[in-house]
Design a protein around this ligand. Structure first.
Ligand code: HEC
Length: 148
């Protein structure tokens, strides 16, 4: 009896050490995953910004016209939001900061609440989001008025 205990006694500390090691490894990887999720929501998953110079009239307005104005201009103001003027459009834009702009998060369908993704059903292509990003990053300038 005595010899048996002493022969297996080393197993207990060893097993608990192994369990401890794997538990802390698990926690570390879960924390890393969580961190990635948080950062990813703003930058990792956004399509890249277009690299050319973007014009509101020629590049951005056609996208808004196809994808937004039907519900947010010309008398339509779904959700109380309108896009008839530059000021209204800029209310969801942080100039020079596309990753921080609600317009980009909504249209790229990244982060936040999924019921804020716009348009509700149709989706912008990665290229279209890239054009909007570049426009915001280039200062969100309007080269004509009115906006819509
Ligand atoms: C088919 C109709 C439709 C289209 C197209 C559409 N929206 Fe919306 N939008 C809605 C509806 C409906 C709501 C209200 C949603 C709610 O309150 O849950 C809304 C709400 C909003 C809001 C206010 C809510 C908030 O979270 O700030 C903004 C901003 C917005 N849309 C931006 C856009 C943009 C930008 C586009 C184009 C890229 C767009 N929408 C295209 C229907 C539409």
């Amino acid at each position: 009896m005595k010899t048996r205990t002493s022969r297996t006694a080393w197993l207990l500390p060893l097993t608990s050490l192994l369990v401890l090691a794997s538990v802390s490894a698990y926690i570390a990887s879960a924390e890393e995953h969580e961190g990635k999720k948080k950062h990813g929501s703003s930058s990792l998953k956004l399509p890249p910004a277009a690299t050319r110079t973007i014009s509101y009239t020629n590049d951005v307005k056609p996208i808004f016209s196809d994808m937004c104005f039907g519900c947010h201009a010309d008398g339509q103001h779904k959700g109380g939001y309108r896009m008839d003027t530059p000021a209204q459009i800029l209310s969801i834009v942080k100039k020079n900061n596309s990753a921080g702009s609600k317009l980009i998060r909504m249209t790229a369908r990244v982060g936040g609440e999924s019921d804020e993704y716009m348009p509700p059903k149709e989706k912008l292509t990665a290229e279209q989001v890239g054009v909007l990003r570049a426009w915001v990053d280039q200062g969100a300038k309007f080269d004509e008025k009115p906006a819509k």
